[in-house]
Every structure is written in C-alpha cells, then in structure tokens.
Ligand binder design. Structure first.
Ligand SMILES: *[C@@H]1O[C@H](CO)[C@@H](O)[C@H](O)[C@H]1NC(C)=O
Ligand SMILES: *[C@@H]1O[C@H](CO)[C@@H](O)[C@H](O)[C@H]1NC(C)=O
Ligand SMILES: *[C@@H]1O[C@H](CO)[C@@H](O)[C@H](O)[C@H]1NC(C)=O
Ligand SMILES: *[C@@H]1O[C@H](CO)[C@@H](O)[C@H](O)[C@H]1NC(C)=O
Ligand SMILES: *[C@@H]1O[C@H](CO)[C@@H](O)[C@H](O)[C@H]1NC(C)=O
Ligand SMILES: *[C@@H]1O[C@H](CO)[C@@H](O)[C@H](O)[C@H]1NC(C)=O
Ligand SMILES: *[C@@H]1O[C@H](CO)[C@@H](O)[C@H](O)[C@H]1NC(C)=O
Ligand SMILES: *[C@@H]1O[C@H](CO)[C@@H](O)[C@H](O)[C@H]1NC(C)=O
Ligand SMILES: *[C@@H]1O[C@H](CO)[C@@H](O)[C@H](O)[C@H]1NC(C)=O
Ligand SMILES: *[C@@H]1O[C@H](CO)[C@@H](O)[C@H](O)[C@H]1NC(C)=O
Ligand SMILES: *[C@@H]1O[C@H](CO)[C@@H](O)[C@H](O)[C@H]1NC(C)=O
Ligand SMILES: *[C@@H]1O[C@H](CO)[C@@H](O)[C@H](O)[C@H]1NC(C)=O
Length: 282
C-alpha cells in the first residue's frame, strides 16, 4: 500500500516536472536546432566506431560495493546524499525543488559571482549516457611527462582522445550548461576538450594546491580531431611565445557539447582526462 502511495507521488512529481519546470522545457527544446551552427565536418570523423579494448575488461559479475546502494524505487527522496554538513538542504524533492533555494538560476551564460554562498543553480537533466564500451579516455602525447622545454618559445601541445566525437562546441556566452549530454548515432558523446596549464611551486615537495582561477595557458580545442583522434595546439600567445621558466602541470578537461563535464555510465573506470607535469627552463 505504502509502495503504491510512493509510486503515485513519484509519478505526480514527474508530471509536475514535465509541465511546470520552465528551464527544462526550454533546454530540451534547444537540443534540436543546435546542429545548424556546428562546425563539425563529417568527413573528418572520429574513429569512435572502434570500441575501446580495455586490457582488464569491466567485470559485470562483480558489482561495485557502495556503502549506500542507490535505491531505484525512490530516486529523488534522499534526505542528505552525503554527510558533508548537518544542514537539511533537501526537504524538497529533487530535482524540482533544488533550484528553489538558489537566488540565481542558470541562463546559458557563465555566471561567476553574485550567487554566494549558493552559487547558481541548474535543474538540467543529465541526458544521454554512453555504454561502458564508449567511455572517454585521453592521453597527452606532447609534451611528454617530465620533459624539459625551452623558455619563451612556442611548443606544441597534443592530445589523443577516444570515444568523444569532437567538434561540438556550443556558444559559451549563451548556451553554457543549457542542454543535456548528447550521443551521436554510434553512441559516442558529442563534445570538445580543453587544455589548461598551471604553474606549480618550484619545490615539488611544497604541497600548494593550484588555484583553479589562475592559469598560465588555457585553450578550447573546439575543432574536430584528425582521423587518429589527435588534437593539437601551439602554446604561446601573440604577445609572449611559450611559457616563462618554472614547473607546470598541464591537464585536459573533456566537456560535453554544452560544456558540462562528461557523464559516464559507471563509477569505477579510468579517468576521462589526463595531466602531466613538465619543466620550462632558460
Ligand atoms: C521551441 O520553442 C519555441 C519557442 O520557445 C517554439 O516556438 C517551438 O515550437 C519549440 N520547438 C519544439 C520542437 O518544441
Ligand atoms: C539535425 O540533426 C538531425 C538529427 O541528427 C537531422 O535529422 C537533421 O537533418 C539535422 N539538420 C541539419 C540542418 O543538419
Ligand atoms: C569538409 O572537409 C573536407 C576536407 O577537409 C572539405 O573538402 C569539405 O569542403 C568540408 N566540408 C564542409 C561542409 O566544411
Ligand atoms: C577487442 O576485444 C575483442 C573481444 O574481447 C576481441 O575480439 C578483439 O580482438 C579485441 N581487439 C583488439 C584490437 O584488441
Ligand atoms: C570477475 O569476477 C569474478 C567473481 O568475482 C571472478 O571470479 C573473475 O575472475 C572476474 N573476472 C575478471 C576478468 O576479472
Ligand atoms: C559487498 O556487499 C556484500 C553484501 O552486502 C558483502 O557481503 C560484502 O562483504 C561486500 N564486499 C566488500 C568488499 O565490501
Ligand atoms: C528500497 O526501497 C524499497 C521501497 O521503498 C524498500 O523496501 C527497500 O528497503 C529499499 N532498499 C534500500 C537498500 O534502501
Ligand atoms: C518521499 O517524499 C515524499 C514527498 O516529499 C514523502 O511523502 C515520503 O514520505 C518520502 N518517502 C521517504 C521514504 O522518505
Ligand atoms: C554525519 O555522520 C556522523 C558520523 O557518521 C553522524 O553521527 C551524524 O549523525 C551524521 N550527520 C548527518 C546529518 O547525517
Ligand atoms: C551543525 O553542526 C554544528 C557543529 O557541530 C552546530 O554548531 C550547529 O548547531 C549544527 N546546525 C544544525 C542546524 O544542526
Ligand atoms: C544571466 O544571469 C546573470 C545572473 O543572474 C545576469 O547577470 C545576466 O545578465 C543574465 N544574462 C542574460 C543574457 O540573461
Ligand atoms: C605562438 O603561438 C601563438 C598561438 O598560440 C601564435 O599566435 C604566435 O604567433 C606564436 N608565436 C611564435 C613566435 O610563433
């Protein structure tokens, strides 16, 4: 009886979500027109048709032992999903209620300030999630990890990526986080990648965590990869070539079409991103 009551409530909430959630109806509507503006050129296609052969395949028979297994029958009813604070933040069911407590709801722009301490809020659904045969994986191939690079000279940064259909890059000024993750017809996530270089302390034992709002170099790799899945960029600017002396970390950040971090089907997996460290010397 209680079972049926819960089910009715969930269905009721689902109906409310469909009919009365304006941000979601706008965003799902957006998924259709976006292919007009895409620079992606079908002739340079990603070799995603070849599924990734993990050396140790995912073992379906050995399920991941989460301490709190997710209960499919009551998905939006968790009171506190993890014990970070003792605040009761979710007395309203999710996802309907989550943005009610936020002062600012996302509108497709990159909102940096103004919403603290709540930041800003998105009730966007996660979208299409690939199978575990098509999880994204990335390798930085140039420069090599630990290499020494001459100061103040441009150098090539290259990455190789599998299971991402590159070249899909929504307008970050108007479409940021504005529609769900999408797969192509082969089941591969559509999106793009970024590279970011941050300076590290010269003393590698100094455990100073880099400030994410400060970086030495950032670039979106918005074009389609070549037929090897490789994307390249030249590190440097018009004004200053290369990087000044120092120790650096370079990381990839793979994103969906509308810039969300990519959403993967399982928790236990290899990272979708890569980072390496290198030294720049005079
Ligand atoms: C998308 O939204 C616009 C107005 O917001 C509406 O005119 C149009 O019919 C919608 N398209 C779809 C496919 O729902
Ligand atoms: C947009 O994508 C849809 C689905 O993939 C396709 O049917 C349609 O032809 C595309 N439109 C354009 C203009 O490419
Ligand atoms: C796609 O790329 C090919 C080869 O680079 C080029 O010949 C063709 O014109 C491009 N098509 C479009 C629609 O950009
Ligand atoms: C990938 O795995 C499949 C099934 O395990 C195997 O048949 C195939 O030969 C493998 N391909 C490569 C390139 O290792
Ligand atoms: C999968 O898990 C089962 C049960 O734990 C184990 O016996 C088997 O060796 C595992 N297979 C692989 C390929 O890891
Ligand atoms: C996983 O969960 C099962 C059932 O709850 C339990 O018997 C087992 O000991 C757990 N394994 C680990 C590694 O926690
Ligand atoms: C999952 O939900 C059902 C129905 O509400 C309940 O009977 C069951 O105990 C729950 N299981 C867990 C692991 O919370
Ligand atoms: C789930 O949420 C509904 C609506 O807020 C509430 O009536 C119900 O008691 C909740 N169930 C559980 C098990 O927390
Ligand atoms: C958080 O965890 C501690 C220790 O496990 C527990 O005593 C406390 O009740 C938890 N708080 C909440 C709000 O769940
Ligand atoms: C949360 O925990 C802190 C420290 O344990 C306590 O001072 C505060 O009163 C608690 N707040 C609530 C709402 O329980
Ligand atoms: C988007 O929201 C931010 C924060 O509320 C606001 O400053 C900005 O003007 C809005 N932009 C548009 C185009 O609505
Ligand atoms: C270095 O690369 C940038 C592009 O990242 C380019 O604008 C600049 O002209 C290059 N400088 C030299 C000296 O090649």
């Amino acid at each position: 009886m209680k079972h049926i009551f819960n089910l009715i409530i969930i269905i009721f909430i689902a109906i409310l979500t469909i009919f009365f959630c304006p941000t979601e109806s706008v965003s799902s509507n957006k998924t259709i027109p976006f292919n007009e503006t895409i620079p992606f050129n079908g002739t340079i296609s990603f070799n995603g048709a070849i599924p990734f052969n993990e050396t140790i395949p995912f073992n379906e028979t050995k399920p991941f032992n989460e301490t709190k297994p997710f209960n499919e029958t009551k998905p939006f009813n968790e009171t506190i999903p993890f014990n970070r604070t003792n605040e009761t933040i979710s007395s309203v069911p999710r996802p309907l209620g989550i943005c009610l407590k936020s002062k600012i709801v996302g509108n497709g722009t990159q909102i940096k300030t103004g919403g603290n301490p709540d930041g800003w809020c998105s009730s966007l659904i996660q979208g299409q999630i690939p199978t575990n045969q098509f999880m994204i994986s990335t390798l930085i191939i140039k420069p090599k990890d630990g290499s020494i690079i001459p100061a103040n000279q441009n150098f090539t940064l290259a990455i190789k990526i599998i299971n991402l259909q590159t070249g899909y890059f929504a307008d970050p000024e108007t479409e940021y986080y504005s529609f769900p993750q999408e797969l192509n017809e082969e089941g591969i996530i559509k999106g793009h990648c970024h590279v970011v270089i941050q300076k590290l302390p010269d003393d590698e034992y100094e455990e100073i965590v880099p400030n994410p709002s400060i970086f030495a170099f950032f670039r979106g790799l918005n074009d389609p990869a070549n037929d090897q899945g490789i994307l390249e960029t030249e590190v440097g600017s018009d004004l200053v070539p290369g990087l000044p002396s120092g120790k650096y970390r370079v990381c990839t950040m793979v994103s969906t079409f509308a810039h969300q971090p990519v959403i993967m089907p399982v928790a236990q997996r290899g990272s979708q991103d890569d980072c390496i460290r290198f030294t720049v010397k005079n």
